[in-house]
Each structure stands twice: as C-alpha cells, then as structure tokens.
Design a protein around this ligand. Structure first.
Ligand SMILES: Cc1ncc(COP(=O)(O)O)c(C=O)c1O
Length: 476
C-alpha cells in the first residue's frame, strides 16, 4: 500500500500517537484502507512522517487492542474486518446532550447540606495514606458481603454507647447509602406487604417504594410524630419512621407514641418497624433520647443510620441492623452479592472510629451546629409576629411556619428570584396538600455561622416581613 498520508500537527494539543491512531482508524472505518491491507512497517512510517518509532508503536498498539488491525508475527500489521463495529459511526450527538443542571443559589437553605469547613482532612488523609500500601494489598480483593467486620464492629460499639442499640456485628449490613439499603430491606418482605410511611416524609423513600411497585400507605404526622392510631387502622405490616427527628417536620416521637409503635409491632409476627435514625447525633434540647431499637424487647425494629450527616454525604456509607429473625432471610437473599462500599473506604472509617476520631469529630460538629442553631433561632425570634419555628430540637433543619398573604408557592418563587434556595413542606407530602399555612424547611448545616444573620435578613426582606415591634403580639 501507499504510505499513509496524514497531516500531523506537531505543535498541536493532541499527542502525535493519538492523531495517528485517529487518522488510521478513520481511514479503516471509511474503507479508505481495505480489509487485509498491510500497514507500513513502524520504521518506514516513522521515516516517512518524520516522527519516532515509539509514536507509531503506541498508535498501532491501540488499534490492535481495539481490533482494527491484527499482527502477524514477523510479517507485519494488517487491517482487520470491522463488520462488527458499525456502532462506531453512529451519531453520538444524542449522547452528548447536556444533563439538566441542579439549581444553585447564592444562599441555600438546603436541608441536605452539612458544614464543610470543619472536616479533619489531615487525619482522614493519614488513614487513607496508611491503607493505600503494600501492607494492605489484601484489600484489593473482594470483601465480605455485609461489609468489613472491622467497620461493623466499630459501628456496633458506637451504636451501643451513643444510641443504646444492642446488636452484634453479625446483624449489621453496610451499604452505599440509605437509598441503596432500603431496597434490600424491601426484599426481605413478601411482595404483597403494605408499607406505612410518614406523611409528610422523606420523598426518596416514597419514590423508592413506588418504583419497586410496593403498596404504600401514608400516615399523618403531628408534633409528637407519626399517629399510631392511624397506623392501626391500616393493613400495613411494616412502617418506616424517623423517631429522633421526623423528616421533614422535625417532630420527636413522644414516649407514648414510642410505646404505641412497639406494641403495634408486637401484635403480629409479620409486623416490623424500620427506624431511620439519620441525624440523631445532633440534639439541642434535653437529654439524648435512645433509639427505638433500644426499647424494643421483641426484636421488631430494623434500625438504620448513615454517615451522611455525621461525616459527609459524598462518602456513601450507611448501615442497617437486622433483628435476628430476619437475618436468615437476609442470608438466603443477599449473601451472593458483594458489598457496595469500597473496602478501602470502609477501613478508613473503621480506623477513624477505632482511634476515637469519630467521637471527637462529632463533639466538634455538635458545637458548630449548636452555634448555628442558636444564632438562627435567636434571629428568627425577631420576626415572631409572622414567623413561628417548629421541629427545632434536633438535626440540621427547622420548620418555618410563615403567616403571609402570599401562598407558599409565591413565597418560594420570590425567594428563588432573590437567589435564595428555600424548600416548601408541600414538596414532601405524599398526597394532596391540604394545609393553607406556608411552611418551609430551613436547613442551616451548610450556611457559615457568620452568614446566618444576613441570610435571614435577605429572606425576610424579600418577603417584606418586618422585625417585631416591642409591643407587638406574638403570632400563634
Ligand atoms: C430521612 C433521611 N434518611 C436518610 C438520609 C440519608 O440518606 P443517605 O444515607 O442515602 O445519604 C437522609 C438525608 O438527608 C434523610 O433525610
């Protein structure tokens, strides 16, 4: 064949081997070089194009690896039949369409945000560095399906000390987030099981149950948490609840309701409670309340929690604790699958916990969030003629009840137009919104403490809400 004539840009951004590889590939696809033709030898082509033989070698190796050419020992390289590669010529513009971008705001009261200024990077890096080493090469292999024993042991100790949860590491399953673990829990129950969910509630959970075509039953929530007498009227056998800090209203499940919930579960062997303890680490009033699982004497609670709030949402590590009776079902269904969390990440977290850094980090973060919480609630007190706050005992968001002539939707739009992200409670309702009061989730985790005052002032300004006059009566 004739020498391959290519315009190589020697000073261009694309490396020479890549230009050569693309040029030959294009010539093969468009049949300018036909099947069976011999390519010039590396030495001849290097001389002809005035480039190094190594450049030719890399380009040929890539074409060889992708099946465009074959190598015949001591004879040379030949163009391969590419009938099986028609997709290469497909129009890829469809694939390159832009994904819808998440809206960003100058001030964002997103309840999912955490403080990112106090993370102990140095310590985290030390554990990561230690692990990415020959001494830990065994971690390159697949680990245990339920998650690494080292991390499950640390989690069991932590849960006992901080939440009163009694469990062994064998009962713990680690996975990449609550949203990945819940579908596993679902599969422990027969397909006709009806699941009761708090309303309003965590939309991810609602969506997930519907996507798995499971029957769901929304149960109303008041300022003491889920209404157990409403749950009793349904055919549900499993209920998903957030007792420590109801998402999104922030209500803490009262002692009476806790007892009622456990009694409800104890009435039938097929009844269970899924307790999502997602942000229990942060409590601002009164004594810490133990987990519901800690009060359960009948092994009816599937406890679950996450490192999303306590460490970082991007880690994607959460876990659940199965009552012994469900462990057998779990083993039958799931022990064939690998854990969804990388082993290195699991060991970083385990070592971080083992050496006391997790407790230290939580103590530090409690102070950070308490400070933000105090500042936020104090500032909002100035607007108490039109603003009332609830759900402020724990977590990283509060509920803002706004008395205003504008609707919730109008208030949201005016805030968004002013560059403020604010999250209406109606978005978390599982059925038609029946309330008239405008209510918003106000996440404070991601707002730096020194910006809280100005952020609230901006929000109140755009809603034209004035600070209260000393003589004004409180809104009830
Ligand atoms: C109610 C509730 N559960 C769990 C989570 C955490 O989910 P994940 O572990 O998938 O990050 C959140 C996060 O905001 C939440 O609001």
């Amino acid at each position: 064949m004739d020498m391959l004539l290519f315009q190589l840009e020697k000073t261009g951004e694309k490396p020479l081997y890549d230009q050569l590889y693309s040029g030959i590939k294009e010539a093969i696809i468009t049949k300018k070089i036909t099947v069976g033709e011999k390519l010039p030898s590396k030495r001849k082509l290097a001389d002809f194009l005035n480039i190094s033989q190594t450049t030719i070698e890399i380009a040929y190796a890539q074409l060889l690896a992708e099946g465009y050419i074959i190598s015949k020992s001591r004879v040379g390289y030949f163009v391969e039949d590419i009938d099986e590669l028609p997709y290469i010529q497909q129009d890829t513009s469809m694939l390159l369409k832009e994904q819808p971008r998440k809206k960003t705001y100058a001030i964002d009261f997103n309840p999912g945000s955490i403080d990112i200024d106090a993370f102990p990077f140095q310590t985290w890096r030390k554990y990561a560095k230690e692990l990415f080493d020959d001494a830990s090469k065994e971690l390159l292999l697949t680990g245990e399906p339920q998650g690494e024993l080292a991390l499950r042991t640390e989690i069991a100790n932590y849960l006992y000390q901080s939440r009163g949860v009694v469990c062994s590491p064998e009962q713990i399953v680690i996975g990449s987030g609550t949203e990945q673990l819940l579908p596993m829990i679902l599969r422990l129950f027969s397909e006709d099981t009806c699941f009761a969910l708090e309303n309003p509630g965590y939309p991810t959970v609602h969506r997930m149950f519907l996507q798995h075509k499971r029957q769901v039953c929304p149960i109303a929530v008041d300022d003491e948490g889920i209404l157990i007498h409403e749950l009793e009227k349904t055919t549900a056998n499993v209920v998903y609840i957030t007792p420590s800090h109801q998402f999104p209203t922030g209500a803490v499940l009262s002692a009476t309701r806790r007892a009622q919930a456990l009694n409800w579960a104890a009435q039938s062997p097929s009844r269970y409670i899924i307790e999502d303890d997602y942000d229990s680490e942060f409590r601002y009033t009164g004594k810490p309340i133990p987990a519901l699982q800690a009060l359960d004497r009948n092994e009816k609670v599937i406890y679950m929690s996450t490192f999303t709030k306590s460490l970082m949402p991007s880690l994607r590590v959460a876990y659940f604790v199965l009552p012994p009776k469900l462990l057998t079902t779990y083993n039958d269904v799931f022990n064939y699958y690998s854990s969804t969390v990388p082993r290195f990440d699991q060991h970083i977290v385990a070592n971080f916990m083992r050496d006391g850094h997790f407790s230290k980090h939580l103590n530090r973060m409690r102070k950070v969030y308490r400070k933000k919480h105090e500042k936020l609630t104090t500032i909002l007190e100035n607007y108490s003629t039109q603003i009332k706050i609830t759900g402020e005992q724990a977590g990283m968001h509060i509920l803002l009840n706004v008395q205003h002539e504008l609707s919730e939707q109008q208030l949201q739009h005016s805030a968004n137009d002013a560059g403020i992200g604010i999250y209406p409670l109606s978005a978390y309702r599982l059925d038609e919104n029946t309330t008239t009061q405008a209510q918003f989730l106000l996440g404070f985790g991601g707002i730096p403490v020194h910006k809280i005052e100005s952020s609230i002032e901006k929000l109140m300004n755009c809603w034209a809400i004035q600070t209260k006059q000393p003589s004004s009566s409180r809104f009830k």
